[in-house]
Design a protein around this ligand. Structure first.
Ligand SMILES: CC(C)(COP(=O)(O)OP(=O)(O)OC[C@H]1O[C@@H](n2cnc3c(N)ncnc32)[C@H](O)[C@@H]1OP(=O)(O)O)[C@@H](O)C(=O)NCCC(=O)NCCS
Length: 284
């Protein structure tokens, strides 16, 4: 626990208690976090999990465990730990929080709670003088991408193919655990997100790339889990492999700044030249 009172953020819901974003406090609330995590991620025996002792240890040692509460009821949380950049020449070794996870209860998703949670995490970082948060996410999960890039204003730094191995867990078993690493700059330098892509000109399908001036637009399904369920895991794994090669190529000199839903079950990433990306502006 910190010695000074950590920031709390409150937002009034239409009915019932206000939503409060604050540090998770004590073993019972840490256990609530673990239970919520397992529920939201649909973990099965053998998938591995968190435990309350780990969260407590992180919180006591420069990590953050921030929860969203309706009254006493935990409806979301995020946790992170202090990390240091690897500088090749001893320079640029700044500190940041690496955020391992953010979850909101299924029945409360899409209501703005995740955004308030991340803003609470941001406030906790700024209070401690940390101006950068990084995390990883599966680039095929385009709603998460939209949340990270458009809602929060993070930018994609790097691509880590098979970050946790060549096979994921749960429904993603058998699919490579490819991840984008995003940076969320909290000191608010402006960066252009660019306009939302127009619906792709006729005939574009998931996996294809097209040009909009200097930008590259990558078309994906708007719901990866549905695609896997409808077309089968082999098709999903093949498409992932193909798109991953595209991502690796584009990220050599570009960065992704936006991912939006398009008609017809599609979504699209916008990659802009790195030189044009100066830093994010979170959506007000
Ligand atoms: C990602 C997550 C934390 C976002 O929290 P949230 O409370 O649903 O997000 P918000 O309501 O603040 O923002 C919703 C925005 O994010 C997008 N979003 C991302 N995932 C979403 C989801 N599962 N349900 C609804 N919206 C989602 C929406 O498109 C929406 O954008 P819009 O406002 O432009 O329409 C939450 O959906 C979640 O727990 N998902 C499952 C766990 C997960 O994948 N976590 C991230 C990787 S660790």
């Amino acid at each position: 626990m910190t010695s000074t009172a950590p920031p709390r953020t409150a937002a009034r819901s239409r009915q019932g208690p206000p939503l409060v974003v604050r540090d998770v406090d004590g073993p019972a609330e840490m256990a609530d976090c673990v239970a919520l995590y397992e529920r939201v991620m649909g973990l099965r025996p053998g998938d591995g999990s968190l435990n309350p002792r780990l969260l407590t240890a992180l919180q006591h040692n420069s990590g953050l465990v921030v929860g969203a509460f309706l009254g006493d009821h935990l409806v979301g949380f995020t946790y992170s730990f202090l990390a240091r950049e690897h500088g090749t020449d001893g320079s640029g070794r700044r500190l940041y929080q690496y955020s391992q996870l953010a979850v909101v209860a299924h029945e409360r998703q899409g209501l703005g709670i995740g955004r308030l949670l991340k803003l609470g995490q941001r406030d906790r970082c700024l209070a401690e003088g940390t101006t950068l948060i990084r995390w990883a996410y599966d680039p095929m999960q385009t709603r998460n991408a939209h949340f990270n890039l458009d809602v929060l204003g993070a930018v994609v730094d790097t691509f880590k193919p098979a970050m946790y191995g060549t096979s994921g867990f749960g429904a993603a078993t058998g699919e490579s655990t490819d991840r984008f690493i995003v940076s969320w700059h909290l000191d608010g330098a402006a960066r252009p997100a660019g306009p939302a892509p127009e619906p792709p000109p006729g005939g574009h399908r998931a996996g294809e790339v097209y040009d909009e001036g200097e930008d590259r637009i990558v078309v994906l399904p708007d719901d990866w889990d549905r695609l896997r369920a409808e077309t089968g895991p082999e098709h999903a794994a093949r498409l992932r492999g193909r798109v991953s090669r595209t991502f690796a190529r584009l990220l050599a000199d570009r960065t992704a700044v936006s991912c939006v839903r398009l008609p017809d079950g599609l979504a699209a990433y916008r990659f802009i030249p790195r030189a044009a990306a100066h830093g994010p502006t979170p959506r007000p």
